[in-house]
Design a protein around this ligand. Structure first.
Ligand code: SF4
Ligand code: SF4
Length: 243
């Protein structure tokens, strides 16, 4: 994304629309004209500024992006499906909504670590330490996830070097673990929370048992984690799994 300097009249109407404050205001350029410009290193290519249609002169220009910059758009613009997974956004559909194909069987816990948020974002490399720790513990990451696709070394969790410094709005580390490994996994997540320079939220997926209990929640309580009352809860009826 860039702002056509010939069209910008410096009205500043766009400044508050950027979720990572990448639109800056110069005051005066060499020709004494006031104008806005985009800090390319901070911009996550989410296209919010473009879609907001607040610019009175249509000065925002959405350009074709090359690798690795195109990753910014794939992870930040929900209108741009990720080319590898064909998933709009950053996680798999079932993790984010409902388990319709029984991918999270009883005895397992589904976890999503949603790194970054509007206002802060993240560099993709900030997910590497927690990915490395999970892989060391034998966890397999969700293959149909845009972040997993960027891992070049399955032992260290290292991302493609030219992708690692790309800034995005958010990225999800997504996996399924046996329920008996939940305690270890929560310890790793606590370590990640201490080490990260951005923020992340913890998504948990679990089945309700036939007796109405929720085994995953027992593990959450054992670990002393507090479920936010304002958290998002998706309840899905799913498909029949019994024949
Ligand atoms: S594309 Fe998104 S991040 Fe970039 S300047 Fe526009 S609103 Fe900000
Ligand atoms: S809204 Fe348009 S004209 Fe106004 S400062 Fe932003 S880019 Fe420039």
């Amino acid at each position: 994304m860039y702002i056509d300097q010939e069209k910008c009249i410096g009205c500043q109407k766009c400044l508050n629309y950027c979720p990572v404050a990448a639109i800056e205001y110069s005051g005066r350029s060499k020709d004494q004209k006031a104008y806005a410009f985009i800090n390319r290193d901070e911009c996550v290519e989410c296209a919010v500024c473009y879609r907001a249609r607040v610019c009175p002169t249509d000065a925002f220009v959405q350009e074709a992006l090359d690798w690795p910059r195109i990753l910014r758009s794939a992870f930040s613009d929900p209108f741009n499906p990720h080319k590898g997974t064909n998933v709009p956004g950053r996680g798999t559909e079932e993790m984010k909504t409902t388990d319709i194909t029984n991918r999270f069987p009883e005895g397992t816990i589904g976890i999503g670590l949603e790194f970054g948020r509007p206002g802060i974002g993240l560099r993709l490399k900030e997910t590497e330490p927690v990915i490395r720790r999970l892989l060391e513990s034998g966890i397999k990451l969700e293959p149909c996830n845009p972040l997993t696709e960027l891992i070049t070394d399955e032992n260290t969790g290292q991302l493609k070097t030219d992708a690692a410094n790309e800034k995005v709005l958010s990225a999800i580390v997504e996996f399924i673990a046996p329920l008996e490994q939940a305690e270890e996994v929560f310890d790793i997540i606590r370590e990640a929370a201490q080490a990260t320079e951005t923020v992340f939220s913890l998504d948990i997926v679990g089945k309700v048992s036939a007796d109405g209990s929720i085994p995953v929640m027992q593990e959450v309580e054992k670990a002393g984690l507090r479920v936010a009352p304002n958290g998002k809860v998706n309840v899905g009826l799913g498909r029949m799994v019994a024949k």
